[in-house]
Design a protein around this ligand. Structure first.
Ligand code: OAD
Length: 257
């Protein structure tokens, strides 16, 4: 059950906000049918791949160098999860909040492109994008609709070096440009900051929420399970992202009538 009083307060704050930040994670795409990494219904139960190693190892920059076929096996698996998936009500609600007099920024850890598919324009892909395929040697780049038909370790058609998804693997740096924009936008400040569907395990994900909260900026967490930041957030909705954000928009529409 959603807390009506809280919902009305967040609706009011969101309506009057000129700058909104959404920090999003796998939980936002859960209702599009894409499994999360952790928690109930996760892609890798107990955090292990079927090869018996933690998924963080299989999906690491180190493993891609040492055993590319193994990493690629799980890139194929992730691509199968994303294939033919479409944005859900949570992605659409964030896109709908964009307005001429309101900037909505989305800093996402998701590599599925569903925020852009829903029409959001200021999307920072902090973990890259699975379907953007790049060469490990030259500047070849492709955006295939699917990985079907790829060989087990795909090679560059130009220089025959190994291809890889332009996604951030464990042990690798975040994309410089998106990270710089994220920091710049945080400097400018936000009127309200949401954390939606993420366990917030990375400091660059939890810190903006904690900093906003310390500065007295309204903070909102939407996640059925408590996380390490839940105690520091002003409004917590222990509910699904799609249900909560749809209700938030309904509440804003009702206020506008
Ligand atoms: P996780 O899989 O760690 O966590 C998903 C979160 O979504 C959990 O806290 C769930 O409780 C929550 N959740 C599940 N269903 C939800 C729903 N319908 N509505 C709202 N929340 C829901 O995903 P992330 O926090 O995104 O990185 O994981 C962070 C990173 O860990 C990923 O980007 C990936 C992974 O390893 C890399 O691969 C580098």
């Amino acid at each position: 059950m959603l807390n009506d009083q809280q919902l009305r307060s967040v609706a009011f704050l969101t309506q009057s906000a000129r700058r909104i930040l959404f920090i999003t994670g796998a939980g936002v795409s859960a209702e599009s049918g894409i499994p999360t990494f952790r928690g109930a219904g996760a892609a890798f139960p107990d955090g292990k791949t079927e090869d018996g190693i933690p998924f963080e190892e299989a999906l690491s920059g180190w493993m891609l160098k040492k055993n590319p076929a193994l990493s690629w096996k799980y890139f194929f698996r992730l691509e199968e999860f994303l294939r033919d998936k479409v944005p859900n009500a949570a992605h659409h609600a964030m896109a709908r909040l964009q307005a001429p007099d309101r900037d909505v920024w989305i800093a996402t850890q998701n590599i599925d492109g569903l925020h852009q598919a829903a029409g959001s324009t200021h999307v920072l892909e902090l973990h890259g994008n699975l379907r953007r395929i790049v060469c490990t040697r030259c500047d070849y780049l492709d955006f295939p609709a699917t990985f079907q038909g790829f060989s087990p370790v795909p090679r560059c058609p130009r220089c025959s070096a190994m291809l890889r998804p332009d996604a951030v693997l464990y042990g690798e740096n975040l994309p410089e440009r998106d990270l710089a924009t994220f920091l710049e936008q945080q400097e400018k400040g936000f009127d309200i900051v949401f954390s939606v569907g993420t366990t917030s395990i990375f400091p660059y994900i939890s810190m903006p929420m904690l900093a906003a909260s310390r500065q007295g900026i309204p903070t909102v967490e939407i996640n059925p399970d408590p996380t390490s930041i839940s105690d520091y957030v002003q409004f917590t909705f222990p509910n699904s992202a799609a249900q909560t954000l749809r209700s938030l928009l309904d509440s804003m529409d009702a206020d506008a009538d």
